[in-house]
Structure formats: C-alpha cells, structure tokens
Design a protein around this ligand. Sequence first.
Ligand SMILES: *[C@@H]1O[C@H](CO)[C@@H](O)[C@H](O)[C@H]1NC(C)=O
Ligand SMILES: *[C@@H]1O[C@H](CO)[C@@H](O)[C@H](O)[C@H]1NC(C)=O
Ligand SMILES: *[C@@H]1O[C@H](CO)[C@@H](O)[C@H](O)[C@H]1NC(C)=O
Ligand SMILES: *[C@@H]1O[C@H](CO)[C@@H](O)[C@H](O)[C@H]1NC(C)=O
Ligand SMILES: *[C@@H]1O[C@H](CO)[C@@H](O)[C@H](O)[C@H]1NC(C)=O
Ligand SMILES: *[C@@H]1O[C@H](CO)[C@@H](O)[C@H](O)[C@H]1NC(C)=O
Length: 562
Amino acid sequence: MCIMSGRSCLAPALAALLAILAAQAQARSEPNKVCVKIETGSVCGQMRRADDNSDYASFRGVPYAKQPLGELRFKELEPAVNWTGNYDATNEGPICFQTDVFYGKIMQAREMNESCIFANVHVPKEALTASGRKLPILVFIHGGGFAFGSGDTDLHGPEYLVSKKVVVITFNYRLNVFGFLSLNSSEVPGNMGLRDMVTLLRWVQRNAAAFGGDPNNVTLAGQSAGAIAAHVLSMSKAAEGLFQRVIMMSGTAISSLYSPSPYFAQFLVKQLLAKLAIEATDPHEIYKRLIELPAEKLWEANRDLIDKIGFLTFVPTVESSFPGVTPMLEDYPDILLAKGRGKDVPLLVGYTDSECETFRPRLEEFDLVQKNKESPFIIVPPKVLFTTPPALLPDIGKKIETKYYNNTVTVDGFIKCCTDGFYEYPVMKLVEARGGNSSTFVYKFEYESDNSVLKEVAELEYHGAGHVEDLTYVFKVNSVLDESSYLRENDDAEMTDYMTNIFVNFMQCSKPICGKSESMWPSASRDQFLYQEIQSPNVYNIAGVTAHQQDVARFFDTLTRV
Ligand SMILES: *[C@@H]1O[C@H](CO)[C@@H](O)[C@H](O)[C@H]1NC(C)=O
Ligand SMILES: *[C@@H]1O[C@H](CO)[C@@H](O)[C@H](O)[C@H]1NC(C)=O
Ligand SMILES: *[C@@H]1O[C@H](CO)[C@@H](O)[C@H](O)[C@H]1NC(C)=O
Ligand SMILES: *[C@@H]1O[C@H](CO)[C@@H](O)[C@H](O)[C@H]1NC(C)=O
Ligand SMILES: *[C@@H]1O[C@H](CO)[C@@H](O)[C@H](O)[C@H]1NC(C)=O
Ligand SMILES: *[C@@H]1O[C@H](CO)[C@@H](O)[C@H](O)[C@H]1NC(C)=O
C-alpha cells in the first residue's frame, strides 16, 4: 500500500511522471512517430510515404505472440507478454531461420532468429484519426515454399495498396523444420506454421481496430506457399470466422507440387534424425532432444535436406487427431474440397502463364537432369509419389516422360510440366470442385513488362510472366525498386493501378469489379472455366477454356489420385 507521506510512494509516482515527460520529449524530437495502444501495450511506428505521396503509418516488427523459444519450439504460440512503456515498431524484426533457394536479390539479407514472430501493420493516415472510418484489412501470407521468405517490405512493400485506403498486414510465421516438422504426436502434430497464421488472424480480430482496421472485413491473401496456406485455412474449421474472403496468387492447396501425406512427413523425420544422429523413436524423446539443440543445428540439417530433395521439404501435413489439439488440416485438401469445405468463401484465384520459368536458376543449380539419372521419380509430382502404390510409379514416370520430355529429361520440359501441372491444372480442378454456386474469380497474368523485376534481377529471358511477377504489381519490391537505380515505365505503373484495384475491389464487394461493370468479370463455374486474361493494364478480356488447357486437364487427371 502507498503511504501518503512516505518516499516509497513518491518514488514510483515520480518515475511515472519522468517517463511521461521523456516520452513527450521523444515524440517532439521524432515528429514522424505514431503510437497506438494494443492489448499488450503501446506500440510506436513511423509515418512514411506511400507511392502516391500520401502518408501512412507503418508499425513494423510488432510481436503477435510470445516468441517460440526453448520448450516452446514447435509448440502452438502462446499470448505475448504485456510490456510497459512504448514498444519501438520502427523497424522490422529478425526473419525466421531459413535457407533461401529462390528469392535471391529480391530479398534483403537479414538477421535470422527463432524470435521471429512479428507482424507489420501499414495504415493509411486518416484511419488513425478518432473519427476515421474503420478500413478493410488485407492479411497477406508470404510465399517461399513454407521454407523461406518473410512478410517484410523488401518484397512486400505496402506503398501501392495503402494509398487505396486499406490496412495491410504482413507477418512472419515459422518455416521449414521449425514450422512444419510433424512427429505425429500431440506435442508436435505438424503445421505449426499454419497455427501461427491462425494465431495472427486471432490477433487481428482483437487488435485491428486499434490500428484503424475493421476486424469484420478481413481478406486473407497469399502468394505461392502463402496461397496454398490461405486455401487450406479457408477449408479449416480452425480458422472459421476469422476472414471474409480469400485471394490466392499462384498456389492452391490441391496442387501436386507438395505432398501433404503423413508418410512423406515421416520420411522427412527419418532423414532429419539421421542427420542429427538422434536415435530415439518415441515422439516425446525426439521432441526433448530437438528442443535441446541450438537453432543453428536444426537450420543446418534442414539446409542439407533441401540440398538433397531440391524443392519442398517440410510442408503442411494431414494431421491425425489428438486430444486437445485442433487440427489445421484434417484430411487431404482434395477430399475437403470435394466435401464442399470453404465453398461459401468468395475466392479470387490467380496464376501466371509462365510460372516455373522463374525456377530455372534453381533447377539448374540443383542439377535436375543429373539428379533424374540417380532418382528417376524426381519428375513425378510429389503428391503423386506418396499417394500412389509404388508398383504404378514406373508407368506414371513413363507417361510424363513421353508427354513432356520426348523421353529425354530436360529443364525446359520440367518447366512446362511444372507450369501446367502444378499451377494451371489445379486452378481448373478447384473451379470444377467448387461447383456452380460459389464465387470463384480467376485471373491468368500474362503481362510481359520490359522492366520485369524478376527477369532483371535473375537475368532471365522468357515469354510471359513467371512466378511472383503478378505480386510485384501489388506489393512494391523495395529491395530493387529504389528510385535511382531502377526505372518503371508508365505501363508498369498502370498495371500496378489495375492489379491493386482488383484487390481493393475484391476487399470491398467480394468481386474483382464492383458495381455496374461487374459483369465484365463473371465467376467461373463447374461448366465454364472463365478467367480474366491480364495482358495489358486496364484491358478486360474474359477468356474461356482452350484446347491446350483441356489437354492438360485430361493428362493430369490420369496421374492424380486422392
Ligand atoms: C495485459 O494488458 C491487458 C490490457 O491491455 C489486460 O487486459 C491484461 O490483463 C494484461 N495481461 C497481463 C498478464 O497483465
Ligand atoms: C535472437 O534474439 C535474442 C534477443 O531477442 C538474442 O538474445 C539471441 O542472441 C538471438 N539469437 C541469434 C541466433 O541471433
Ligand atoms: C500417426 O498417429 C496415429 C495415432 O497414433 C496413427 O493412427 C497413424 O497411423 C500415425 N501415422 C503415421 C503416418 O504413422
Ligand atoms: C523427339 O525426339 C526424336 C528423336 O530423339 C525426334 O526425332 C523428334 O523430332 C522429337 N520430337 C519432338 C516433338 O521434339
Ligand atoms: C445453390 O444455392 C441454392 C440457394 O442458396 C441452393 O438451393 C442450391 O441447392 C445450391 N446448389 C448447389 C449445386 O449447391
Ligand atoms: C468492407 O469495407 C468496404 C469499404 O469500406 C465496404 O464497402 C464493405 O461494405 C465492407 N464489407 C463488410 C462485410 O463490412
């Protein structure tokens, strides 16, 4: 208790007063500083400039849960601990442990740390005024094969979107072995990275209003692995009610590019434990050994696995049910989809015409052609590998070789097969499976810019648009696009305007075009695979299924089971 005349009472009061004075002085000396109060305390970000020179408040590196350190490694995230004073959210936090095999220069080299559970919240200035209307929110899940990447502004600059009066939230989630190891036990059920996304979405429900966002108006979006995750969450009971609609850029949960099979997960665990010389077989023993290791050791083992397997390693996995654990993925996505899960969620689904061209450097570095000689099933889609009786695999391998390789495996053939089979085909199947009553708006991004960030940075040449190219017209690639060294043409700015309008419209009316022109972009349906063919800015051109697409569908129908 406080004794009125005692020093013990004065001291804390004085300290509090000094703290307030200090904060005020600091705010005066940092005019760009902007603070809001969220459930865990006050966070201070910075006013920054959007692309159209409007101001937005940027809160970077805000912890959205307690960091998963020590015994919390692999565990579902716990609530963040309250802090006193102002949390400095001027800069992004460290990125999660990872080995990048794709982004290269479009991602900035950054400090890695297991303490990486941070969100970035970007808010148009007017939403922070007391009378401001609460704005719709875009929660964006970054890509990177569930293994690398971050939500940071090097690749996900909000400068285009915030000038269109929406709140943009990006974040990090646990990746690779840290985020997707499955020991098939209640302690490590797998899909921790997906659980992080649900934790983030719940955090958005509780805290978005403090940032000027409307928690009842959330659009969940993602690119690549982020799109796969967004699709999974749209079919998962664990995420029900946390968002109103979904945007998927170049990724569907049903793509055969990854295997959600628990047997694949088990195969990876064996490889990982062998690398770490852990002989335990009991999941609890394994967990105890794994949490004792420094993060760097797990990171190295994970990197060796990527080098060996080449593409996706730890990924979303079908979970067994365990008491007290809410599964993220109860069954194969194809089965959930066929049961009608998520069919009431409006979807905007995009892909590009030359998706896998941007993987060429990795395919060459990995030496696909040589690896295929050692392991002939490398050309068989991962999902097919783990859901097909082994005796049938040679036949499937032969079919793919005949169709895409003229019997000689090449990187070119792989790129074609990958573009058709991993990206275009599953979008067609998704539309078909969602049936006639769902809203499924599809775009195929074919815009070929003279200033493609991806082509420029990786010194690539190809026709059309590769994986990630559509993203660069929605988010600013700040790692590359600093004004002085890189020029964008008018067309690129117009394409940015066009793409961001599509996103913002969808956030407002659940359609890519709102109001009287909405018929310019109808929903695709079971009977009609309709898609917006995006070739030039501001041109609307609805296309229907082509002979090539029909051929692709027929071919991959014969390979895919489950
Ligand atoms: C953290 O602060 C919130 C108010 O913002 C309060 O409701 C909650 O009880 C606090 N939690 C702890 C553990 O102090
Ligand atoms: C991770 O960050 C913590 C502080 O949050 C620091 O103590 C630790 O040394 C960092 N670890 C690495 C590997 O950088
Ligand atoms: C995972 O555990 C469940 C329950 O213990 C078991 O039924 C299932 O077969 C296991 N899965 C694998 C791939 O071992
Ligand atoms: C396939 O290979 C054969 C012989 O190697 C060649 O004669 C033929 O033109 C090739 N077909 C195509 C479509 O490339
Ligand atoms: C479509 O929706 C209507 C009304 O919401 C419903 O009566 C009908 O059964 C649905 N059709 C299908 C194929 O789901
Ligand atoms: C979402 O926000 C937009 C823009 O403010 C508004 O037009 C729309 O009605 C909102 N939707 C919902 C479901 O609240």
